[in-house]
Design a protein around this ligand. Structure first.
Ligand code: HGY
Ligand code: MN
Ligand code: MN
Length: 416
């Protein structure tokens, strides 16, 4: 396949302007974004993305999970499209680039091909996957998971947020429930550009991460039950303190993850305390343990040791404990052909690069099950993400999008 000429580059300024424009929708309180999935802000961001795609001459398809597909025709309508994209939804205290860079980087490919009047044999489709973050409706990567056949659509529709609102009803309410069957689309390949969300690329002074693997993830929701009681008048030996039980279990999470240093990680980001009153001993706490590792056996070991240890802690404190697996996927090895296209692009363009394992989960991790898939990463400042202070440089954004452009267009085959 003819590769794009080394001098073919995207328009970095236009990409940066679009990132800043999208960042105005669902602003956070500290310079980042709170554009959670299926909120009115999400709907507004989707509408802006559709407007931009249609202005770039794309046709827009939407499936029954709200996944958006902006298609630029190829010269061969029979050829399976090359897909490229990520997600526009953010964490409640999210950054401006997590997911968004991958969606708007895909759109920048279309805009650049239009500028240069380049045709490709395969169509190119830019994707916005619904609910990648999994914060409001667990699990993460929900809609790409339904697309890849990992989750049933009805199960996804029934997922509830903290207020008891259902995914399917919220998707309908914001007007983004499409009619396409989820997963009916077949792909020639899928590429995703994403910020690293970790410190490695910046520390190593590399512009590009060639993502060979994605580490596996396990989310276990834990409910610890004790007894609500007065924090003042209840003697210490009489207390059944679910909050204290949770604290000891979280210590155990940290100890287990560190026992598999340096690659395994563990924490709890979601914690609900009931009744959460200053002068009531918590009778119930619900929290989610997030274990991750590049090795499946390590994840399984961490899960089983945690459950056994948590049951022991609960028994010793007269507490109840229950576990529910609410998310997870095995470590992922991306397609060698697509990974090589990413690496060739970085080399052709003269960008410093290194192979890397993704610490975070991405829609690409599921799509890798149904199509040859690879990812491109760019650094982020101090490796910080899932924080409103998340930052990248325009140069990093442009380098990542250049590599994405070359990998996608080479795979889509330029028609001379
Ligand atoms: O949880 C993750 O790794 C992703 O950011 N949703
Ligand atoms: Mn993301
Ligand atoms: Mn994220």
């Amino acid at each position: 396949m003819a590769a794009p000429a080394e001098n073919l580059r995207i328009n970095g300024e236009r990409l940066w302007d679009s990132l800043m424009e999208m960042a105005k929708i669902g602003p956070g309180v500290a310079g980042g974004n709170n554009r959670q999935t299926l909120t009115d802000a999400d709907a507004e961001g989707r509408a802006l993305f559709r407007k931009w795609c249609e202005a770039a001459g794309c046709s827009m398809g939407v499936d029954q999970m709200g996944n958006m597909f902006a298609r630029r025709e190829g010269t061969d309508p029979e050829a399976l499209p090359v897909y490229v994209g990520s997600h526009l939804d953010t964490q409640p205290t999210g950054g401006k680039y997590d997911g968004v860079l991958g969606v708007l980087g895909g759109l920048e490919i279309i805009r650049t091909l239009n500028d240069l009047d380049i045709r490709t044999r395969h169509p190119i489709v830019v994707v916005n996957w619904t609910n990648e973050e999994g914060t409001r409706f667990a699990p993460a990567m929900l809609a790409s998971g339904v697309f890849a056949g990992v989750h049933e659509q009805d199960w996804a529709y029934a997922r509830e947020d903290a207020e008891g609102r259902k995914f399917g009803e919220e998707l309908e309410r914001i007007g983004w429930k499409g009619d396409e069957e989820v997963g009916a689309r077949k792909m020639h390949a899928f590429f995703e550009l994403h910020i690293e969300q970790g410190p490695i690329l910046e520390a190593e002074g590399r512009d590009i991460g060639v993502v060979t693997h994605g580490q596996g993830l396990s989310w276990t929701q834990v409910t610890v039950t004790g007894k609500d009681a007065h924090t003042g008048s209840t003697p210490m030996p009489m207390r059944r303190n679910a909050g204290l039980g949770m604290a000891r279990m979280l210590e155990l999470v940290d100890e287990i993850a560190l026992s598999h240093a340096p690659h395994a990680v563990g924490a709890a980001g979601h914690i609900d305390v009931y009744p959460n009153s200053r002068n009531v001993i918590p009778g119930r706490v619900v929290f989610t343990v997030d274990f991750r590792s590049p090795e499946k056996e390590v994840i399984e070991d961490m899960e089983s040791r945690f459950r056994a240890g948590a049951e022991e802690i609960a028994a010793g404190m007269g507490l109840g404990v229950a576990f529910e697996k609410v998310g997870g996927f095995d470590p992922v090895k991306f397609d060698e052909g697509c990974v090589a296209a990413v690496r060739r692009a970085a080399e052709r363009l003269g960008y410093s690069h290194m192979d890397i394992i993704s610490g975070a989960g991405h829609d690409a991790c599921w799509i890798n099950r149904v199509a040859p898939t690879a990812m491109v990463m760019c650094p982020c400042v101090d490796g910080l993400s899932h924080n409103e202070a998340e930052e990248i440089s325009p140069e990093w954004a442009a380098a990542g999008a250049d590599v994405l452009f070359h990998a996608v267009v080479e795979t889509a085959e330029i028609v001379e």
